[in-house]
Design a protein around this ligand. Structure first.
Ligand SMILES: CC(C)(COP(=O)(O)OP(=O)(O)OC[C@H]1O[C@@H](n2cnc3c(N)ncnc32)[C@H](O)[C@@H]1OP(=O)(O)O)[C@@H](O)C(=O)NCCC(=O)NCCS
Length: 222
C-alpha cells in the first residue's frame, strides 16, 4: 500500500471529522492516552502547518500534531493515530518521524516530550532519540495536564500531584538530538529504555499499596 505522508494544510480540512472519529474510537477501546479533540482544533493545527497527515486513496489513515507549551520551551507530538486497518505496517513510525522533523524545523531549541502507555509509541520515541524521564522534567503548563482530564486514570495523576501515573514520560532535546538512524544506537537506547521500564514497574508496584486503583490496573483487575 502506498501512503502519502505530508504536512497537512487547508486542503485536508475535510478529513478533520474522520480523524476525530478515529481518535474517539481508539480512546474508547484503550481508555487512556488520547486527548479528545474537536474538528475545529484539528483544522487549526492544519492551518498553522503543525500537523502531519497520512493519506491512502483519498482516505485519511493517520495523523499527528504539534503542540507547544511554556512559550517555545516545550513541544509535544500529540494525537498520534493510525487507522486500525493500517496498523503494524510501520506507518506510525513514519508519521512520528515526519512530525519529529517538522518539530525540529519549527522549534529547534525546544524540548520535545510525550507521555504514553503504548509500547509501540515508546519504541518509536526511543528510536527517535527520546529518553525516559520522571514527570518532574516535563512541562509545568497546566493546559498540557488538562489534556489528561479525559483519561480514565486521571484520578491517579491528581492524587499523586502530577508526580506519576500509568503513562511513561519521555523527552528529547531538539537542540541536541543524539546520533541516531544508526541501528546499533537504536538498539542500545531501546535496551536501556526497557531496563528503565522494568525498574519503574517495581517502583510503581511498591507505591501501588498506597493507591488501590493503581494496584488493580497493575494486576489487570476490573
Ligand atoms: C499506537 C499506534 C499509533 C501504532 O501504530 P502502528 O502503525 O501499528 O505502529 P508501527 O507499525 O509503526 O510500529 C511501531 C513500532 O513499535 C513496535 N512495537 C509494537 N508493539 C510493541 C510492543 N508491545 N513492544 C515493543 N515494541 C512494539 C513495532 O515493532 C515497531 O517498531 P520497529 O519498526 O522498530 O519494529 C496505533 O496502534 C494506534 O493508532 N493506536 C490508537 C491510538 C493510540 O494509542 N495512540 C498513541 C497515543 S500515545
Amino acid at each position: 500500500m502506498q501512503f502519502s505522508i505530508t504536512v497537512a494544510n487547508s486542503s485536508h480540512y475535510q478529513f478533520a471529522e474522520a480523524i476525530c472519529t478515529m481518535m474517539a474510537e481508539a480512546a474508547k477501546t484503550r481508555g487512556t492516552g488520547i486527548a479528545q479533540r474537536t474538528p475545529d482544533y484539528i483544522q487549526q493545527k492544519m492551518k498553522e502547518g503543525k500537523a502531519i497527515i497520512a493519506m491512502a486513496d483519498n482516505i485519511a489513515v493517520g495523523f499527528c500534531y504539534i503542540e507547544s507549551w511554556e512559550g517555545l520551551k516545550y513541544v509535544a507530538n500529540s494525537g498520534l493515530i493510525v487507522h486500525p486497518d493500517y496498523r503494524k505496517t510501520g506507518l506510525a513510525k513514519r508519521i512520528k518521524k515526519a512530525t519529529f522533523d517538522l518539530s525540529k524545523k519549527k522549534f529547534p531549541n525546544a524540548k520535545l516530550f510525550g507521555i504514553t502507555t503504548s509500547m509501540s509509541v515508546m519504541k518509536i520515541n526511543s528510536d527517535l532519540g527520546y529518553r525516559p524521564v520522571t514527570f518532574s522534567e516535563l512541562t509545568k503548563d497546566e493546559n498540557f495536564w488538562k489534556g489528561c482530564m479525559s483519561c480514565t486514570n486521571y484520578d491517579i495523576l491528581k492524587r499523586t500531584n502530577k508526580t506519576m501515573c500509568i503513562c511513561t514520560g519521555m523527552i528529547c532535546d531538539l537542540s541536541n538530538v543524539p546520533e541516531k538512524n544508526i541501528k546499533q544506537n537504536e538498539k542500545k537506547m531501546w535496551e536501556k529504555f526497557t531496563r528503565f521500564i522494568t525498574l519503574r514497574k517495581i517502583k510503581i508496584q511498591k507505591k501501588a499499596k498506597q493507591y488501590p486503583k493503581l494496584n488493580k490496573i497493575i494486576n489487570n483487575e476490573k
